[in-house]
Write a protein that binds this ligand. Structure first.
Ligand code: GLP
Length: 245
């Protein structure tokens, strides 16, 4: 694991965007694995700025997103498809026909998960996978469990995740209870993994996942085994591991 320490969220966003920008510049037809949530928003803003200043060209980039809520249409304002369009895709010259995300409206979980794994395989996996980190250590929507799940799968969201994501919805009851998520297998086969963690509410998860044992109870901990894993974390997110840096 390579650790890049950022001062704060803005610094973290700039540092993470620089790594993604280098990937796109060095391999213009790369596959980017992308994440949602509040953590990568600043990173996406930095990438948009780089595109606007003429430093980045997304025209040949393909994307595979981590996850989607089951039951939310791609035009629902809390769907991850909508999030990606409004936070990144609509602002850069990416061909949205090459942007992949699980279809939360397919009620046939087995079929949709198999379809999504086939999509990931057909593009050859991600060159760079961007991740956030759930306060309980989840990556994508791979929640703490008894085992790591390899393939795209349908998960029942934990109460703590529903609670954490309720801030984006009018009320907690509106948060979907299930999601389709890329499995740990596809995340681990990405050539490079970049995780951004910001704020004191991520400090325990950062400690558990990256400074403790590898266990499915802290799903992000599996990344310790990845040969090219970069953690970009700000000082608040590292506050519980200060003495180990
Ligand atoms: C959601 C997403 C994850 C994300 C996590 C953390 O549950 N499925 O991909 O990493 O939330 O979100 P945030 O960055 O808003 O704290």
């Amino acid at each position: 694991m390579r650790l890049i320490i950022a001062k704060d969220y803005q610094d973290l966003s700039r540092k993470a965007a620089n790594i993604i920008a280098a990937q796109v510049q060095l391999k213009p037809d790369c596959v980017l694995g992308l994440a949602t949530g509040s953590s990568p928003v600043g990173t996406y803003q930095e990438l948009i700025a780089k595109y606007q200043s003429g430093d980045l060209d997304f025209s040949k980039v393909t994307t595979v997103n981590l996850d989607e809520y089951v039951g939310l249409d791609k035009d629902h304002d809390q769907s991850y498809a909508y999030f990606m369009r409004t936070n990144l895709f609509d602002h850069v010259n990416i061909d949205q026909a090459n942007c992949n995300i699980p279809n939360g409206m397919d009620p046939d979980a087995e079929k949709e998960c198999a379809r999504y794994d086939a999509v990931i395989a057909s593009v050859g996996g991600a060159d760079l996978q961007l991740l956030g980190l759930g306060p309980n250590g989840h990556i994508g929507f791979n929640e703490p469990a008894e085992e790591f799940v390899k393939n795209t799968n349908k998960v029942t969201l934990t109460d703590s995740t529903i609670e954490a994501n309720a801030r984006f919805f009018e009320k907690k009851e509106d948060v979907p209870t299930h999601a389709y998520t890329m499995g740990i297998g596809a995340i681990m086969t990405a050539k490079r993994v970049l995780l951004v963690a910001s704020g004191a509410n991520k400090a325990q998860a950062v400690k558990d996942c990256f400074f403790g044992p590898i266990t499915p109870h802290a799903p992000g901990s599996i990344l310790q085994l990845h040969s090219d894993f970069i953690l970009v974390a700000d000082e608040a997110a590292l506050s519980l591991v200060k003495d180990q840096l």
